[in-house]
Design a protein around this ligand. Structure first.
Ligand SMILES: Cc1ncc(COP(=O)(O)O)c(C=O)c1O
Length: 356
């Protein structure tokens, strides 16, 4: 495993008010950096003061977008200890992203050790107010300064963190989602299963369109036929239809969410039939009209679970569960957050303390 050296900051930053933590705004005092070169592979792992990273204007990432990232959280338990949630899944997902983008894979054990060491260094930044956490953003990018599309000769792997507040200020709040029937997010053979910046750049136009129509998020359909539901901008999505749970299969176009996988475990343990199958948008809207669509919810690290109260596809609009959070949605939220914050027993061994 890589040794991590430490470079002390002269003056620590002032910490923001824990009761008012907007997402992604206040970075902590330190960041983790590791370099990769053809000659040395991954080397010089270090925790250094958080701040600008110098870059040439010809840095390949700025032109050809060889960039991948991850998102996970550290949670403070009631006894003050800090824990992570399934970080090795993020590490493996980043390896898959990097492999697709022809970027060197960062070893899983070094990823987990880097996250643990940085969070331990920044333990005073892990908030303790209810539903707050420390958001952790690992990312990897090409640093070679040269034009021309090719695999770069140098990369950096970096981790930054920021304390974040409760996603919903006052309990779960159902969102309105627009089904995008023109633009697409991913096609088979493309990069849909990776967490690369380019996927998100291409999705912003859909998000802007949705917001103009008064919708908060976009539900993407499959890129080839625009027939089947896939996922939301930064969440996977699940539908409870006639007592069964439907969600898009992981076949290369949808991001394999850590929250999605955890929810599927819980649901199957509770006796639900979970169908990881293609679901046509027209069948979904029909289920909405004939009363069979009982609950809809997005799943992702940021919000854990996001109830969906309204779906619009072209001119057709359905409301789900009278725009209220469903019983199963609430139970999934309570159970998963209970495990993440250490209030419920973790029988799946999903949590990892930052201190051994
Ligand atoms: C496109 C997309 N789908 C799904 C997810 C949910 O993944 P996870 O549960 O690992 O946060 C995310 C968030 O990372 C995402 O950006």
């Amino acid at each position: 495993m890589l040794d991590i050296r430490f470079e002390k900051r002269e003056k620590l930053k002032e910490k923001p008010d824990q009761k008012n933590l907007p997402f992604g705004k206040y970075m902590t005092d330190y960041m983790y950096i590791c370099d990769w070169s053809k000659e040395e592979g991954w080397h010089d792992a270090r925790i250094v003061p958080e701040g600008p990273i110098p870059m040439e204007p010809s840095c390949m990432t700025l032109h050809y977008a060889q960039e991948t990232f991850e998102g996970l959280k550290a949670y403070r338990r009631a006894d003050g200890k800090i824990q992570l949630f399934r970080p090795e899944m993020n590490a493996k997902r980043m390896q898959n992203s990097n492999a697709r983008l022809c970027m060197p894979e960062f070893p899983v054990e070094d990823f987990v050790n880097a996250v643990k060491t940085l969070v331990k260094t920044e333990e005073d930044w892990v908030p303790s107010e209810p539903d707050t956490s420390l958001y952790i953003r690992p990312f990897c990018f090409a640093t070679e300064a040269s034009l021309g599309v090719h695999m770069a000769s140098a990369y950096k792997f970096v981790i930054i963190c920021c304390p974040v507040g409760a996603y919903y200020a006052s309990g779960l709040d159902p969102v309105k989602i627009l089904v995008e029937d023109e633009l697409v997010r991913a096609v088979r053979g493309g990069t849909g299963f990776t967490k690369c910046g380019g996927n998100y750049a291409a999705s912003i136009l859909g998000q802007v369109k949705a917001e103009k129509l008064g919708y908060e998020q976009v539900l993407w359909l499959d890129g080839e036929t625009r027939t089947y539901v896939e996922e939301v901008g930064s969440m996977n999505i699940m539908f409870k239809i006639d007592g069964e749970i439907w969600t898009a299969p992981i076949e290369g176009t949808v991001l394999p969410g850590v929250t999605r996988d955890s929810m599927i475990h819980l649901l199957r343990d509770w006796g639900y039939k979970v169908r990881e199958e293609h679901l046509a948008i027209k069948d979904l809207m029909e289920a909405g009209h004939n009363g069979k669509l009982e609950e809809v919810f997005g799943t992702g690290t940021a919000a854990v679970i996001s109830p969906v109260g309204e779906l619009r596809y072209k001119d057709d609009v359905i409301q789900i569960n009278d725009m209220k959070t469903g019983e199963l949605t609430q139970k999934l939220y309570d159970t998963l957050t209970g495990i993440q914050w250490g209030k419920l027993e973790d029988k799946y061994n999903w949590t990892l303390p930052v201190e051994d």
